[in-house]
Design a protein around this ligand. Structure first.
Ligand code: FES
Length: 175
């Protein structure tokens, strides 16, 4: 298989997600949750489990969590090195890469530009990833790096990292 068709295959790879929050589940756990405050209700129901076993190095997928796109990227060694070697104190929104990941090959981000809310490009292998090889928001020209940190353009903040955890080696729970 040539590189192009391999890229396309990866771009269109579909992965299954399981959203917790179906009506039956909600009805079942409601008596337990009814004693909590609304924020905790929302939190408990707003989780998404994602099977990451099919994501190849260098590939990204987008899943939906609480109505927002979440980017999950399995970073290459080069991308990890790029993210780590930056002097973070010089950044617009100074954050170390190590504080933005739980395992360095996996980057999980809310895929909403922090300027005015567009969804940045960079998820497909064929996308423009901007000047810092991460994501590029074409709405007004914000460039994010391989840690999802804002490096150039009008966006004031890094792409946020949602709450998430690894349930096992191949499953991430977001929320
Ligand atoms: S919304 Fe992304 S740069 Fe303006």
């Amino acid at each position: 298989m040539d590189k192009n068709s391999n890229n396309k295959r990866r771009d269109f790879l579909q992965l299954s997600t399981i959203s917790i929050g179906a009506l039956g589940t909600a009805a079942f756990i409601w008596p337990f949750l009814s004693s909590m405050n609304p924020a905790e209700d929302t939190l408990a129901l707003g989780t998404t489990e994602v099977d990451i076993s099919s994501i190849a190095e260098g590939q990204s997928i987008t899943v939906k969590w609480r109505g927002k796109p979440v980017f999950i990227r399995k970073r290459t060694k080069e991308e990890i090195e790029e993210a780590k070697e930056v002097d973070f104190t010089d950044l617009i929104d100074p954050e170390q890469d190590i504080d933005r990941v739980k395992k360095e090959e996996w980057l999980v981000l809310i895929g909403v530009c922090t300027h005015l809310g567009c969804v940045p490009l960079g998820q497909k292998l064929t996308d423009n990833k901007g000047e810092y090889n991460g994501w590029y928001c074409p709405c007004h020209g914000s460039h994010y790096d391989t840690s999802g940190r804002i490096r150039k353009g009008p966006a004031p903040n890094n792409l946020p990292v949602p709450p998430y955890s690894f349930l096992n080696e191949t499953t991430i729970k977001i929320g």
